[in-house]
Ligand binder design. Sequence first.
Ligand code: ZN
Length: 348
Amino acid sequence: MTPELWKRIPETTNSQEAQNFKVYSAIDKHMPLIPGIKGLYKFAISYRELESAAAHGVKIFYGDDPQHWKRSAARYGYTKPSRHNAARRRKIKNDGRPPDTSKALMTKKSRPAEHAAVYEKSYKWRDNSCWLDCALTLISTAASRDYGQSMAPMFEALPANSPLRDLRQMVHTRTQGSIELLGYEDGGSNLLNNQRDGFRRQIRHVRGHQDRGLRSFSSVFGWLYAICGHHRRRGAVVDPLVERASSYFRSTVVSLKACTGNSSGFDHWQLSHVRARSEFQLSRTLCEKYAGNVRKWFQDLVRVTKSIPQSGCWQVDDGQALCLHGNVVMHEVLLNLPIVLIVEMGVR
Ligand SMILES: [Zn+2]
C-alpha cells in the first residue's frame, strides 16, 4: 500500500464494519471453508463488475445520490433515528407538577418537510398506447447517455418522410432539455403526448408494422424493426442514410462459407452480401443451451471462430454439384453491435 493510500484510510472503523455487514448479508456467517471462499470470490467478482460498469458510465446506485446519508447528517445532525440521542434531549427535571401537555404540544417543533418525490414528465396512457410509451421511454433513456456523440450524428440529414427522423426528434425533446422534464404535470406532458400520437399515426402505414387500428395494442419493438426497413420489398433500394441510422438499433452480418474441395480440387470460399441481422431473441431453447447464462450467450454470439457445418458445396452447374466430397462450414460474422441493443426475451 502506498503511503498516500494509507493516509486516506479513515480513523474510524465504520467503513470496515459496513463492509463486514455487506459480506455477511451477501454470503452468510459461520460458513464452511470452501463454500465461504467461493462466496467471497463471487463477492469480489460482483465488485469488479460494479467498478467496470461505473468506469463505463453506468449508474450503479439507486436514486439520485449514492451517499444520501451525508445529506441526512447535514440536515438533522444524525443519519438515522437509532443514532439520535433522543434520551438526552428528553431529560427534563421533574418539578413535582403534572406535565403541561398543551404547552408541550404547542412548542413541539414539527419535522422539517421532506422533499416531494421527483417526477419525470412522460407520456399519458391513451388508447392502449403503453407499448409505444414503454418503447419510447426505453429508447430515450438509452440514447440519453451519449446522444450528442451517437444518435445526433447518426440520424442527421435523414429524408423528411423517414419515421426515424421523427423518432430522433422525440428523443431530442426528452433528452436535450427542449422541455422541463422534472416536475409534475397533470395528465403527462402535452408536447410529449402530441409527439407520441402523431408518431403513432405515422408508423401505421409502415410496411411490416402490424397495426390493427389506432387503439390497438402492438408489440414493444415490432414497429422499430419495421421503420428500420426489416420488411422491405425484395430488391428495394434503401437510402444509405436510413441504413446508417438503422444500425443504431440493428446489427449487420456477413456469412463466410468455406469448402475443402474434392481430393483433386482446391479449397474455396464464398462471401455473402452484408445484410441486417434478425432481432436478438432469447428463447427457451437458448436459455437451456446456455444454462440461463446471458453472458455465455452473448460471448458465443460475438465469437468469430464458431462454424456451422453445411450439408454440401454451393458450387453447382446446371443443377449438378461440382464438388461432391468437399466439407463445407459457414461462419457468420457480426459486423457491428447496435448502440441500443434490444433483446427479446421469452420468445418461443
Ligand atoms: Zn466445394
